[in-house]
Design a protein around this ligand. Structure first.
Ligand SMILES: Nc1nc2c(ncn2[C@@H]2O[C@H](COP(=O)(O)OP(=O)(O)OP(=O)(O)O)[C@@H](O)[C@H]2O)c(=O)[nH]1
Ligand SMILES: [Mg+2]
Length: 463
């Protein structure tokens, strides 16, 4: 996979000072946030009201996020700047004066990678690289980079590589048409630049086909595993939420597991599952998932598939929010948007009823002075601190209640000899009545979750 880190040279790239470095010191990076002030009527109220209406996030919070993202790939950030955008220049996005100013900062601080927290066209990326004499990556490139480093499973790595190649391929195609246009009517076919790009495109295309085939294989295997797990007949609770909201910390607090939690974006990329006990005595499976982020590259939505299949199968979806974050409202909106997109289309990874299965957890209450001080959230939201444990008993009770709320009362006739099925019903449901018929069969009335009911009625029943 192509990496922005200095070890790998890309022949299609302009001379990259990072590649000429012989010392193995840290990669020095600059983070640039082009900031568009969107003026909307009635938005003058600012502050809280603006956040509630879903207006653009504060520039500082966005820069902090971008810096966090960049820092998470191990570069050392030596310069950062917020640059107000007056207009989007097609050649460089930024204004001429801004490009010059960044050039000075970058040169003065020996920066080898500049992260521009925006979506750059291939042309803009090239021009900025030439102007600044360093490698430039945009937000999509950065997120791809992070995902590439974090993927742990085979499927995760393949999916990220596929996304990366598709991103690169569109770049090649676009810069190719750009060159074409520049050449105009000269009929200058088969120039060296073009043939190199053609070769790159073909190689990328071949690799894409190969990865897709491999992914198919991996998914088939995972499908088999999933079916095996469906037979583990416990309700599933999935944690979703914006990156860094505290999902893994909450997962650890609820399960006592040692899952990697860190003040680092996308610390968790592949789903992790573990059993938890609930106050009613019921057992459930808790599933930790990848964090969401605003402006998720479209290529990566697909990479969430493994995660989303867990969510799709979940009986309860816990939306973990960082209640103390200045952008908590915008983060909530982003998460719901991604979930909504995943529930769309013929191959939707999520079925339409996901909203009904959702429950909000307002985390980091300790930073707001305790769970009593947390305001906002959906009806039924539970405030907690995954760090101090405050609110966790209430959360367990709320999850239990949620699981019971969807329960249905069902009647079954169980043959006298079928002790296993009867035992199963006792383990997973609440048997409210039981009568012996003359035949010796048992008439059982039991409260079951829809998922358990489906499991029980599956033919053949496999426990
Ligand atoms: N003060 C405070 N910090 C918390 C709380 N929960 C989590 N954190 C911190 O928030 C940071 C992110 O926590 P994680 O659990 O890794 O977040 P995550 O949602 O799993 O993040 P990704 O896996 O990157 O999506 C860590 O530094 C945690 O220690 C909390 O209740 N209070
Ligand atoms: Mg995590």
């Amino acid at each position: 996979m192509r990496s922005i880190l200095p070890q790998e040279a890309d022949p299609a790239d302009p001379p990259d000072p990072a590649n000429d470095r012989t010392d193995q010191g840290p990669t020095l990076a600059a983070v640039i946030l082009p900031y568009e002030r969107v003026r909307r009527p009635g938005a003058a109220g600012g502050g809280q009201a603006a956040a509630a209406e879903g207006l653009p996030r504060a520039a500082e919070a966005r820069l902090a996020e971008a810096t966090g993202l960049a820092g998470s790939i191990g570069v050392t950030i030596v310069h950062s700047a917020i640059l107000p955008l007056r207009e989007r220049r097609p050649s460089t996005l930024l204004g001429e004066g801004q490009v010059e100013a960044v050039k000075k900062d970058v040169a003065g601080k020996s920066v080898t990678v500049a992260v521009v927290d925006a979506s750059l066209t291939p042309v803009q990326q090239r021009n900025l690289e030439r102007a600044w004499g360093c490698k430039v990556i945009d937000r999509t490139g950065l997120i791809l980079e992070i995902f590439g480093e974090r993927a742990r499973t085979r499927e995760g790595s393949l999916q990220v590589e596929l996304a990366h190649l598709e991103y690169q391929r569109t770049r090649l195609v676009r810069s190719w048409t750009h060159l074409e246009r520049q050449r105009g009517g000269f009929g200058f076919l088969g120039g060296p630049g073009e043939s190199q790009i053609e070769i790159d495109r073909r190689l990328i295309g071949e690799r894409i086909v190969k990865i897709k085939r491999e992914l198919e294989q991996v998914r088939r295997t995972r499908g088999l595993h999933r079916r095996a797990r469906e037979r583990v007949p416990y309700p599933v609770i999935a944690l979703v939420g914006y990156t860094n909201a505290g999902k893994s910390t909450l997962f650890n607090a609820l399960t006592g597991a040692g899952v990697h939690a860190e003040d680092q974006l996308f610390a968790t990329l592949d789903p992790t599952m573990r059993a938890i006990g609930l106050p009613s005595g019921r057992t459930a499976i808790l599933s930790d998932t990848v964090g969401f982020i605003s402006d998720l590259p479209t290529q990566l939505v697909e990479a969430f598939r493994a995660t989303l299949e867990e969510v799709a199968a979940a009986d309860v979806i816990l939306h973990v929010r960082d209640a103390a974050h200045p952008d908590t409202a915008a983060q909530r909106r982003d998460v719901l948007k991604v979930l909504g997109e995943m529930a769309e289309g013929p191959n939707a990874a999520l079925d339409g009823g996901w909203q009904a299965r959702m429950m909000e957890v307002l985390n980091k209450a300790d930073l707001l002075g305790g769970t009593g001080e947390v305001i906002g959230g959906d009806p039924g939201a539970v405030a907690v601190s995954a760090l101090t444990g405050e609110g966790l008993p209430e959360l367990r009770t709320a999850i239990d209640a949620r699981l019971s709320a969807g329960m249905e009362l069902v009647d079954y006739d169980i043959p006298a000899a079928d002790g296993a099925r009867l035992a199963w019903l006792y383990r997973h449901g609440e048997v409210v009545n039981r009568e012996e018929r003359e035949s010796g069969d048992l008439a059982v009335t039991v409260r079951l979750s829809p998922a358990d009911r489906a499991r029980f009625e599956r033919d053949p029943f496999s426990g």
